[in-house]
Ligand binder design. Structure first.
Ligand code: ATP
Ligand code: MG
Length: 551
């Protein structure tokens, strides 16, 4: 990206803070809850948080916001770490909100001692009933005026496991008539006899998001705590708690959530797709997860470029997935090795080709001189794409047709002499002649043709399975449609093409390499591939075909 790009609003704030001397260096954090795999929306937050401390002095922590024991798992922690690293970022400290359970418990006692928190025996329904509405004040809980001693005793006993789940909560004592509903005595702790992925059975009281998040920021001395817009109303509570506890003053800043169309970006919804087997797993190449995009063949560079292009905004908006595809196409064009692959083969016999075979040279990537070239075997029997031939072509058809000439990429010019059919009239083979003087790079034939076709030598071809992906959903915003979002899945999101013919260089294909199958699109080896069963995923087509198809 260009260096002179203007600063986003958070960069402007930070630049000002550094200039004013408010901070000498900054600390940010990326705070995922380990209850699922990261998706493309998280990539925005990662690029933003880590990007700021690449641009300005300071560092970024990776902090797992693990305060909901039932939904959190170590598998998710591991995948999140892998994904952040794969995107190209390294955190300074790996931290967990659960590291701070002891400190948070002490903080809660401090509030109790200051008369700013109380144990409430009300059920969640009773609490909700007294909460009021945005236009009407709430009412005080009957337990609001317990003594400090009683609160201290009850909270300690909550922690000691004396009470069942849901029987009591610890609430901040703020103002039941507060204009901000979140300030009406918010719950700080709830009882949950649940096993935690890190602390095991040590705790049966767990802090709420609002009590854990800001205090964790403060413990880590995070200067700029960046979250998405839905947390704007939480900022007042964030500040109140820090003020009352007299701890390091972290500050919260909000930016717009980034969602892309034709998919869902919510871990909860993605989990449903996985659990109910609409997809093969979190890394199904149709998923908008980082691991799905990786398996699909996206590069970290292309995802970072995408995040950079959509930038940072203050208003939520839907980003067109076409932009993500554009970014990966741009990058793959620069790095992908060119290979020839025939999807729907039509045999071509070159009747005047008298050698057994010969090796021809072809560039690996015309966009990259350093990519070198490879040898491709040529012989008297090749496959071309069935739809590169037409028996009765329209005018200006430059591919193969009876009596017409085309160039075979990196090889010779051939001319179609005869069409062979089976007893049902289906075309089974073309008989062609070739022009020996027309070899690519050494062409002295003086003949010019307009069409160039990809091909593979029949005898040398490898077979593979290719998985073609389309959008996972039929509609732009499935979460916003009537009924269940899963009713809007695209039934054609996966199409498997068997017996695709590859040029033999692809025997060496590796997971880390990206390929352009000439005239077909960008592809990557799938992790399910084996030496005897090659499987490729299509990352993206060469052009944006969706606009045409979708109308
Ligand atoms: P989900 O709804 O998918 O579970 P979340 O916000 O609950 O998302 P967290 O694990 O809490 O997921 O998110 C970690 C960080 O990533 C948070 O700071 C959150 O604001 C940010 N984030 C999550 N989704 C998006 C998104 N679509 N766009 C930008 N940032 C996001
Ligand atoms: Mg969350």
């Amino acid at each position: 990206m260009s260096e002179e790009k203007s600063l986003n609003f958070l960069e402007e704030i930070i630049e000002e803070h550094l200039k004013q001397g408010t901070y000498k260096s900054i600390v940010t954090r990326f705070p995922p809850e380990p209850n699922g795999y990261l998706h493309i929306g998280h990539a925005s937050s990662i690029c933003l948080n880590f990007g700021l401390t690449k641009k300005f002095p300071g560092y970024t922590n990776l902090r797992f916001d693990d305060t909901n024991p039932e939904t959190e798992e170590t598998e998710y922690v591991d995948s999140i770490k892998e994904d952040v690293r794969w995107l190209g970022f390294e955190w300074k400290h790996e931290r967990y909100a659960s590291d701070y359970f002891g400190s948070l418990y002490q903080f809660a006692h401090q509030l109790i001692d200051k008369g700013l928190a109380y144990v409430d025996d009300s059920s969640s329904e009773e609490i909700a009933a007294l909460k009021g509405t945005p236009t009407e004040p709430g009412k005080d809980s009957p337990y609001r005026n317990r003594s400090v001693e009683e609160n201290r005793d009850l909270f300690t006993r909550m922690k000691n496991g004396e009470f069942p789940d849901g029987s009591r909560t610890l609430r901040a004592k703020i103002d039941m008539a507060h204009i901000n509903m979140l300030m009406r005595d918010p719950i700080l702790y709830r009882i949950k006899h649940a096993h935690h992925h890190r602390t095991g059975d040590e705790w049966c009281v767990y802090p709420m998001y609002d009590f854990a998040h800001g205090q964790s920021d403060s413990i880590e001395e995070v200067t700029h705590s960046i979250c998405t817009m839905e947390f704007i109303p939480h900022r007042e509570l964030y500040d109140w708690l820090i003020q009352q506890l007299e701890i390091y003053p972290s500050h919260q800043y909000e930016f717009a959530r980034r969602n892309i169309n034709y998919t869902v970006t919510s871990k909860r919804k993605l989990l449903q797709l996985v659990n109910e087997k609409y997809v093969t797993g979190w890394d199904d190449p149709r998923m908008p997860t980082i691991s799905g995009l990786r398996r699909r063949g996206y590069t970290p560079e292309s995802i970072r470029d995408f995040c950079d292009r959509i930038g940072v905004a203050k208003r939520d908006n839907m980003v067109d997935v076409g932009l993500l595809e554009f970014c990966v196409r741009e990058h793959l064009n620069k790095i992908a090795l060119r290979r020839m692959v025939v999807f729907d083969p039509l045999k071509v016999v070159i009747t005047n080709y008298e050698q057994q075979e010969e090796m021809l040279l072809s560039e690996n990537n015309p966009e990259d001189e350093g990519a070198g070239s490879r040898e491709i075997p040529f012989s008297g029997e090749i496959y071309i794409e069935r739809d590169d031939f037409m028996e009765n072509p329209p005018k200006k058809y430059f591919r193969l047709a009876p009596g017409q000439m085309v160039r075979l990429k990196s090889a010779y010019i051939i001319k179609c002499e005869e069409v062979i059919r089976d007893s049902d009239g289906n075309i089974t083979e073309l008989r062609c002649t070739y022009i020996p003087e027309s070899k690519s790079g050494h062409d002295t034939s003086g003949i010019t043709v307009k069409g160039t076709l990809h091909w593979v030598s029949a005898r040398h071809a490898l077979e593979a399975e290719v998985r073609m992906y389309d959008r996972l959903f039929r509609v732009e915003d499935p979460a916003d449609e009537e009924g269940d979002f899963k009713d809007y899945l695209n039934p054609d999101s996966l199409q498997i093409v068997n017996r695709v013919y590859l040029e033999p260089a692809l025997q060496e294909a590796s997971l880390g390499e990206r390929y352009q199958f000439i005239r077909k699109g960008y592809f990557v080896l799938d992790r399910e591939s084996g030496a005897n069963s090659l499987i490729f995923n299509r990352t993206v087509g060469l052009k944006d075909s969706w606009t045409k198809k979708g109308g």
